[in-house]
Ligand binder design. Structure first.
Ligand code: ZN
Length: 452
């Protein structure tokens, strides 16, 4: 590919609090120069109100291939990603069959991705399950970004949850090999499972019934275990996926500062999801199982506290946790339906709309791209507009108003709690390594993603 230039009246660049005029030179898919100011003679000129952003990163996505391709797949999942400006996703180790808990599982997943083709760049998480400690260091050497585990039933038989003793074996293996591996927790723990009554299954059509079955204490109990591991293994890194419970926030802050009496915890990061920032339990209709996920969407007071934690940096970044299934599995009531929300690609317009006046575009880019690229070790090439980085770019119009319709859903199963939602801000064009891969009103072009 030859060299070309993109000039923007407003571009989000590292270290700048507001979008600034900039002209990029792109050569062979890389950004090779960034000049201040606008060049009206550039090959592509991005005029206001449009803004040039780096391609977004979503570090929490379930594409479910191979094995459950009726739920999602590499083709449809990555199509949804680029339509929302997401140029890099990291695929979770479970819900595919086999799960990514062995070298063979990783090889099968990579082969399926390459055979199918991907429209954005794709990386992989490994998983920790009972008995696979000997696979962890080899998986890291093969490029997985870290390891997800569950402290509670994962929902699928082939990805068993772990006990503290399993985690000690796994962390010992990772620490002994001098890795600084990242361990990700689905942070719900049934510490008192045998002490209390079974959750009520009365009125399973009411969201409140499901919400009551997944109290905040599951998350705070899990946090206590995670903090003890973080202190026990200071050379490893620990991460809480999809934090929902505001009750956990004071303990996270206290652990980081050492105000809880222990050593300050510097090796813990936390993510939350679009849905915990934009949806409220009070608004969820009976049997609207497209809103069901674990941990659950909670009430408005909780939502506001989670928003504050994103704004003050307690929560490091925001992901989709795109976790679809077939419409069949979403039938029925809240207690029986599959839990998982489809939202891949909606983060930028959702948060730009919901957090209007509270965050700037550069701050959104930090939450949706830069911080996540750094988390998975791709920050030299992804997550910001930088010389030497991949020319993964998004042209975003922050002023376009629309309602999200089925038209905007590129993932396989067209079920989402965001259908009908009014949004402000639309991705006009997504560029992957210098090439347009999605243009609004025209659609997708090409399959040029690679495995990262
Ligand atoms: Zn997930």
């Amino acid at each position: 590919m030859a060299s070309y230039s993109i000039s923007a009246h407003a571009a989000v660049l590292p270290g700048k609090d507001t979008p600034v005029p900039a002209t990029l030179t792109i050569t062979n898919g890389k950004i090779t120069a960034i000049a201040e100011g606008v060049d009206e003679g550039a090959d592509v000129v991005v005029a206001e109100p449009k803004v040039l952003l780096p391609g977004l990163v979503d570090a929490h996505v379930h594409l479910n291939q191979p094995g459950r391709t009726t739920w999602e797949g590499f083709a449809t999942g990555t199509a949804a990603a680029v339509a929302g400006g997401v140029t890099t996703i990291i695929d979770m180790p479970l819900n595919s069959i086999p799960p990514t808990t062995t070298l063979e599982g990783l090889a099968e997943k990579r082969a399926a991705a390459l055979e199918t083709g991907v429209k954005c760049d794709v990386g992989f998480w490994g998983g920790i399950v009972p008995g696979n400690a000997d696979q962890l260091v080899p998986l890291l050497e093969q490029g997985v970004k870290g390891f997800k585990c569950f402290l509670i039933n994962s929902g699928v038989d082939e990805f068993r949850h772990v006990e503290e003793s399993d985690l000690v074996i796994a962390c010992d293996a990772l620490a002994a090999a001098n890795t600084n591996a990242l361990v990700l927790f689905h942070a719900e723990l049934e510490k008192h499972a045998h002490e209390g009554a079974e959750p009520s299954h009365e009125s399973p059509d009411a969201y409140s019934t499901f919400l009551a079955s997944r109290p905040e204490s599951l998350e705070t109990d899990a946090l206590a275990l995670i903090l003890s591991l973080a202190r026990r293994y200071p050379t490893l890194r620990f991460h809480i996926v999809h934090l929902s419970a505001a009750e956990a926030l004071p303990a996270i802050r206290a652990a980081r500062s050492g105000a809880d009496g222990g050593s300050p915890v510097a090796n813990l990061t936390v993510e939350t999801c679009f849905h915990y920032l934009t949806l409220r339990a009070e608004d969820i209709p009976a049997n609207a199982t497209q809103f069901k996920c674990c941990p659950p969407i909670r009430d408005e007071t909780n939502r506001l506290a989670i928003v504050d934690a994103v704004l003050d940096g307690t929560i490091d970044f925001v992901v989709s946790d795109h976790s679809p299934c077939t419409p069949e599995l979403k039938k029925g009531d809240f207690m029986s339906a599959w839990g998982g929300i489809s939202g891949l690609g909606f983060g930028l317009p959702l948060l730009h709309t919901q957090l209007a006046g509270k965050v700037t575009l550069p701050r959104l880019v930090h939450l949706l791209a830069t911080a996540q690229a750094r988390q998975v070790g791709l920050d030299k090439t992804k997550g910001s507009i930088q010389v030497g980085g991949d020319a993964d770019l998004v042209i975003f119009d922050p002023t376009t108003e629309y309602s999200l319709s089925e038209h905007d859903l590129f993932f396989k199963n067209k079920l989402s709690p965001y259908l009908g939602r009014k949004l402000v801000g639309r991705v006009e064009r997504t560029i992957l390594r210098g090439e347009a891969v999605y243009v609004a009103d025209k659609g997708h072009m090409g399959v040029s993603g690679v495995l990262v």
